[in-house]
Ligand binder design. Structure first.
Ligand SMILES: [Zn+2]
Length: 427
């Protein structure tokens, strides 16, 4: 006869757990963890270690097992042991670094309790005002506890909200051993914001059947799609000669390249596209009379659209070629990364349980997509299917970044349900 399921607690944070979640988030937000684009080291900046070490200590204090900080690359791993046998191991992942191009040092989190719905003037720079126009979520946050930066830095809710939610989730599960769940692996990673956060992530050692990055934004969103990305390099080769002797001989690659760029379809550029639209982006140019190199990124959600972006570049080069005899235009397109949906479609359980968990947390599950890449997309292709779960924070990367504690708690409760749902699965 099957054992009746033990009486389970409601997967809802109580008042003191809300406060713990808040204090955790504020504590992490204050630690400077900006990553840096042009670094030779990994992690890209030494101060990311400060938060990694703090988290390591907190995980040890919580008595998680296999707490291990990879001293070479800055990946922090830990394990919450299973309370039932036979359930698959899942992973929860968040990144510790913050976006490099907005100041991230001396973050002073502002906590507005029982938020009144009015525009929020940030005290460190009163020109920075969060309004309903730029942040429509404010209307839904009336009565919530809202956290902002002071207007001189980003807040770093991307992704310290995710870090705090995962920490609160495992802490809660430790205090509720009666909840059946499988082994849960936790990882905190550096350098996500510069696109290389999964570079040295040890997927075999992590040993999970799937993982969830907690790095999305809006309430209820589960992101299962990213762009597919290619890069294109167009090399324009002319003929250089002393300009005093150039008549009839010089073939100026600078002018030819400018003509080529002018032939690109303006409606396909990033500044003209949104939502599911693909784009092509000439992002860098360098060279001189004899030779110019133009670099592109190409982005689309589907392969045919991505191919079409490459074809636009080729067609513009061919058209310019016809009008510039003596100049050559070479187009070289290389694959960068692929839409993680290709992988996730093969693992419907991974996405379906996440959506079920969102619904069990009492909110609507919204399948979203990211106009960019995520660590989850790289991890998915490394063999660890990894959709992205919302954190409840908005205005990522900017001075007006902010988060609702109530939405953070919903993210955390989603993770609790997710752990429990996976605890009922068998491999
Ligand atoms: Zn992030």
């Amino acid at each position: 006869m099957a054992q009746p399921e033990k009486q389970l607690p409601a997967f809802v944070l109580n008042a003191s757990e809300y406060e713990e979640l808040l204090q955790r988030f504020v504590r992490y937000a204050k630690v400077h963890t900006s990553s840096r684009e042009d670094s030779e080291t990994f992690p890209s900046t030494p101060w990311q270690w400060d938060l990694l070490r703090l988290l390591k200590q907190e995980l040890l204090d919580m008595k998680l097992s296999e707490v291990e900080l990879d001293e070479k690359y800055g990946y922090l791993y830990a394990t919450l042991p299973a309370t039932v046998e036979g359930a698959p191991t899942i992973g929860l992942i968040a990144h510790v670094d913050t976006y490099p191009s907005t100041p991230g040092e001396n973050v002073k989190p502002q906590v507005l309790r029982n938020y009144d719905g009015k525009e929020i003037v940030l005290p460190g720079d009163p020109r920075q005002v969060i309004t309903v126009d730029d942040t429509p979520q404010l209307k839904e946050w009336i009565g919530h506890t809202v956290i902002t930066a002071d207007g001189t830095t980003l807040l770093g809710a991307d992704d310290k909200a995710g870090v705090a939610e995962i920490m609160t989730c495992v802490d809660w599960l430790i205090r509720h051993p009666e909840v059946p769940h499988g082994k849960i692996r936790v990882a905190f990673t550096p350098d996500e914001e510069i696109g290389i956060g999964s570079k040295y992530f040890d997927v075999p050692k992590f040993g999970a059947v799937c993982a969830y990055t907690v790095d999305g934004s809006l309430l209820g969103e589960i992101e299962v799609e990213t762009f597919s990305g290619d890069s294109a390099t167009v090399t324009v080769t002319g003929y250089d000669i002393h300009p005093g002797l150039a008549k009839g001989k010089m073939k100026n690659a600078v002018r030819a390249a400018a003509d080529f760029i002018g032939r690109l379809p303006s409606e396909r550029l990033p500044e003209a596209t949104e939502k599911r639209e693909p784009y092509l982006h000439p992002l860098a140019i360098s060279g001189e009379t004899g030779k110019v190199v133009v670099k592109f990124i190409l982005r689309a959600f589907s392969e045919p659209e991505l191919k079409a972006m490459g074809d636009y570049v080729r067609k513009a080069a061919e058209a310019a070629q016809r009008d510039w005899p003596g100049v050559t235009f070479e187009v070289d397109i290389k694959e960068s990364y692929r839409n993680m949906k290709v992988v996730l479609d093969k693992h419907p359980r991974v996405v379906n349980l996440a959506k079920d968990a969102v619904r069990l947390a009492g909110i609507e599950a919204v399948e979203g997509y990211i106009r960019g890449g995520t660590d989850g997309s790289a991890l998915s292709f490394k063999g660890l299917p990894t959709p992205n779960i919302f954190t409840g924070a908005v205005n990522y990367h900017g001075f007006k970044e902010c988060v609702s504690l109530e939405w953070m708690a919903k993210s955390c409760e989603t993770l609790l349900h997710l752990a429990h749902l996976w605890g009922k699965e068998r491999a």
